[in-house]
Design a protein around this ligand. Structure first.
Ligand code: RB5
Length: 149
């Protein structure tokens, strides 16, 4: 099986988190598509986050992990894209339950909220966790996703 392909993106508020995550994922054998930003210069988060979310929605990548200073702006932008279920998280437990219950296809974290080791732990937990497949959760996801139409 091909390695999972992960989109990553941030604004300046979490540039070092994104760089650390990239190195961490590559070291584990994931394919990584980096949508920026590529230095600490100020950038508007929709400019980097939206293309990453579109790549997830179009299935050019398997999943997306995004950042901004708080994670809030990044998650709002991602959730504007059809097909995206982006969870704003700040703990390993949230990383686990959002995959099990929401089958989230993206997670967002805040570089000013979680430190880099926590962000990497959250990413690992989310990537290794599977959707529960429980009917009640699938029904809730189905009800959520028709709201897009
Ligand atoms: C940028 O300073 C900051 O507003 C942004 O990273 C994010 O926190 C927005 O939600």
């Amino acid at each position: 099986m091909n390695p999972l392909k992960i989109a990553i993106a941030t604004d300046h508020g979490a540039f070092h988190h994104k760089e650390a995550l990239k190195e961490h994922l590559l070291a584990q054998g994931y394919d990584v598509v980096d949508f920026g930003c590529f230095d600490e210069s100020s950038v508007d988060y929709p400019d980097t986050i939206y293309p990453a979310a579109v790549a997830v929605s179009n299935k050019e990548v398997d999943a997306g992990i995004i950042f901004c200073g708080t994670g809030i702006g990044a998650s709002i932008v991602a959730n504007k894209v059809k097909g995206i279920r982006c969870a704003l998280i700040h703990s390993v437990w949230l990383a686990q339950v959002t995959k099990e219950h929401n089958n989230s296809n993206m997670i967002a974290m805040g570089g000013r909220v979680v430190d880099i080791p926590t962000a990497l732990e959250c990413a690992d937990m989310w990537l290794k966790t599977s959707f529960s497949q429980e009917e009640r959760h699938q029904n809730r996801i189905d009800k959520m996703m028709v709201l897009e139409d």
